[in-house]
Ligand binder design. Structure first.
Ligand code: GLA
Length: 743
């Protein structure tokens, strides 16, 4: 890994064994993008701008001639209202209302390692030599405002991270109306766009389509990342598949409002950008003040989408997730939500815990309904003290009783919310998030607590700490169950345009405090399932509740889409009762288990209602999972068949780092009459290793399994006359491979 600077050509080249990223200073002023892709030699990193007079392009004043224009220059960080007619990366508004920004190169610095971004989540390095950072300083030509671009290249990953800092060195007050974290120009538009849109209960569907002229925008104006779009966008060559071809991805390490743009201009050049959404954002900078954006992870793969996913998983596992649980095997949990909803007593919870312990479950999570006077979702958010009538012996006694059964104890919170029917609201209605002079909308009949106000967030933090200091808690599920609206603050010292970002800074401050004060707790993030499943939250909480939809068939899509960017160790996946509560589908316990066992296994049902047969099956699932969970949670993940490409089947694989162990998951969704099976080809094995299948005496070499494939035999059945027999819908197999040790 090295950052090269060629003084003669004023060009920069960030390179490691996998990627190169090149840009230079054109005409002594303008930062020009040259290349992002597979690693190349450091020879021609200088700009090769194609000078030409193009009608109706305009030419910057200081450059002679008509042959140079900002709108045809591939730029690194385009200013606004300056002759580049494409989307800008920043918009500033000056005191006099003007808004033209010309950014020119001033200086640069190469920094060892990777500086943290204060108050924001970010990828980090912990050892010397893991990364290098280039800081480019740009100056606004007339106003002397400084804009610093930070580029970090990681030694072992095809990844560059980018963020932007602005320092107001002018003698004016300025309003930042837009400040993105990254912008990249490509000199063609032969791309498909891959994105992960969704909704509650069907998060992160994979969509892929060609790009065309105009702007395609994904964003959030909901105060949070939300279910609607993942803050992720990838451009692929049209021929790119899961396992071959180029991919250029951007992923935002932030949990608030974001924007991701892809623009194709009149010359069929492509601009890809990401950052905080400008829609509700306006940040005032007085003289001498600065602002730093969250970072964007830019990932490149020359081996298709699956390799991009693997690199993101690994980067996040080693350089984003932190704390005691970073590499720890995650416990098998039971959550009472779908088993009881709000309707539980201490007796009921203890009987569930009893049964759970017998099955081998390790953690009991008490979900919503234990606090205030919470019998439904109309009340009590903000009143984080035990609901005495429901739990008359208190939380501590309950936790201790659960722990005496050999289980760990976990608890649900939704700290960023306030119910109208709560003591907190009665005492502090001024802590409801709402734009000045507006009437706030309700969502799930609750308001958002204004975390941009220090007193409000401190109040909740203290309430939580009181419980955490008293009750032996091993795990917390941190929920967030509505989108924001009428974003603003009742505190007159906070400008409404700053609230959505100040809210995030407040949230991150509280999370940082909690995870450092209680390092042993395992934190799981949740937002109506996976509505805030983003790299920002992952920096604080190593797990997320992937989706409220626990139906095994729906989960095939949800977990496939989630695997596009998120590590398996972060993916909560639970077995629930049938008919399923979200889609009313009946699937076998085997299939529900086989799907949940491809993530962090949990159960979310009333175990006391299960038959003895079901309990025996669950016990087997748990013991199989415990034997293999290290591989599942920390192995290398492959998508073999995607439910977005194929209607009837899905297949995944997880291979150990040493390639001596693997699990292959195969799911048949709907059966058809009169079919013949086909061989399934495995991925990621060592071609020369001999593998044993399912502890049997059937052995195959890795090259056979990967190139020729095998029939997934238990799915192919014949009747008494040797005729193929339909086996029905919703079936699954997990095939275990282990290296045959020969003497
Ligand atoms: C959200 C979560 C669920 C559950 C409920 C409780 O919807 O996603 O898992 O915790 O809240 O109200």
């Amino acid at each position: 890994m090295k950052i090269f600077y060629n003084e003669k050509t004023q060009s920069f080249h960030l390179r490691n064994d996998f990627i190169s990223y090149q840009f230079s200073v054109a005409e002594g002023k303008y930062l020009t993008h040259n290349y992002w892709g597979k690693a190349v030699s450091d020879n021609h990193s200088a700009a090769d701008y194609r000078y030409a007079d193009r009608s109706f392009s305009v030419n910057p004043n200081s450059i002679k001639g008509r042959k140079f224009s900002l709108t045809t220059l591939p730029q690194e960080f385009p200013g606004d209202n300056n002759g580049d007619f494409r989307e800008s990366a920043l918009n500033l508004r000056y005191e006099d209302g003007s808004f033209s920004t010309h950014l020119v190169y001033d200086s640069h610095e190469i920094i060892k390692g990777k500086p943290a971004i204060n108050g924001l989540p970010n990828t980090y390095v912990s050892k010397d030599g893991e990364a290098e950072t280039l800081k480019i300083s740009l100056i606004e030509q007339t106003k002397k405002i400084e804009v610093n671009l930070f580029y970090t290249i990681f030694k072992d990953y095809p990844v560059i991270t980018r963020s932007t800092e602005i320092i107001n060195n002018s003698n004016l007050t300025i309003d930042i109306e837009k400040l993105l974290s990254a912008s990249v120009d490509f000199d063609h538009a032969h791309f498909d766009l891959v994105q992960l849109p969704g909704a509650w209960g069907r998060e992160r569907e994979i969509e892929r389509h060609g790009i065309s002229r105009g702007i395609h925008k994904l964003d959030s104006k909901r105060g949070t990342t939300s279910h609607t779009y993942q803050p992720f966008m990838a451009l692929t060559e049209p021929y790119t598949t899961e396992h071959s071809g180029d991919v250029y991805g951007m992923h935002f390490v932030y949990s608030g409002e974001f924007v991701a743009n892809v623009e194709v201009d009149e010359y069929r050049k492509t601009r890809l950008q990401m950052g905080i959404s400008p829609e509700h954002f306006s940040w005032r900078l007085d003289q001498g003040e600065s602002f730093h954006t969250p970072e964007v992870v830019m990932v490149y793969s020359d081996q298709g989408l699956n390799k991009m996913s693997q690199d993101l998983h690994s980067l996040y596992q080693h350089h984003l997730i932190r704390g005691e649980h970073q590499y720890r095997e995650r416990p098998v949990l039971i959550n009472n939500w779908e088993g009881t909803y709000f309707d539980f007593t201490e007796k009921k919870i203890l009987s569930m815990a009893d049964e759970a312990a017998k099955l081998g479950i390790e953690l009991f999570v008490l979900d919503d309904g234990w606090f205030g006077k919470r019998d439904n979702d109309f009340s009590s958010l903000g009143d984080w003290f035990v609901y005495q009538e429901k739990l008359p012996n208190g939380l501590k006694a309950l936790a201790e009783k659960i722990k005496s059964k050999g289980l760990k104890f976990g608890l649900w919170f939704e700290p960023e919310m306030i119910s109208e029917d709560s003591d907190l609201y009665r005492e502090h209605p001024e802590w409801v998030l709402k734009a000045k002079a507006s009437s706030p909308s309700r969502g799930r009949d609750q308001f958002v607590l204004d975390f941009s106000q220090k007193d409000a967030r401190r109040h909740v933090l203290n309430q939580m700490k009181k419980i955490l200091d008293e009750v032996p808690i091993d795990y917390i599920k941190w929920d967030y169950n509505r989108n924001m609206s009428e974003i603003g603050s009742q505190d007159s010292s906070i400008r409404d345009g700053e609230v959505s970002h100040r809210f995030m800074l407040g949230l991150y401050e509280v999370l940082e405090d909690l995870i450092t004060s209680y390092p042993a707790i395992l934190w799981e993030s949740c937002s109506g399932g996976g509505g805030r499943y983003d790299p920002g939250m992952l920096h604080y909480m190593p797990q997320t509740w992937t989706s409220d939809n626990t139906d095994a068939v729906s989960r095939l899509e949800i977990q496939t889409g989630t695997s596009m960017t998120m590590p398996i160790s972060s993916m909560g996946s639970h077995v629930s009762a049938v008919p399923n509560h979200q889609v009313n589908r009946i699937t076998s316990l085997k299939m529900r288990g086989d799907v949940a066992m491809a993530g962090n296994l949990g159960y979310e049902l009333d175990v006391t209602q299960m038959t003895d047969e079901e309990k025996a099956e669950v016990k087997d699932q748990i013991s199989f999972y415990k034997e293999h969970r290290k591989l599942v949670q920390y192995g290398t993940f492959y998508r073999i068949y995607s439910p977005f490409d194929e209607k009837d089947r899905t297949s995944w694989m997880i291979v150990s780092k040493e390639r001596d162990e693997a699990l292959m998951y195969y799911y048949k969704i709907l059966d058809r009459a009169n079919t013949l099976s086909e061989r399934v080809k495995f991925k990621g094995l060592d071609p020369e290793t001999l593998y044993q299948v399912n502890d049997s005496d059937v052995h195959y070499y890795g090259d056979e399994l990967m190139n020729k494939g095998i029939y997934i035999d238990p799915l192919a059945s014949v009747d008494g006359h040797g005729e193929p027999m339909p086996l029905g819908d919703f079936r699954s197999e997990i095939i275990k491979l282990s290296k045959v040790i020969t003497n």
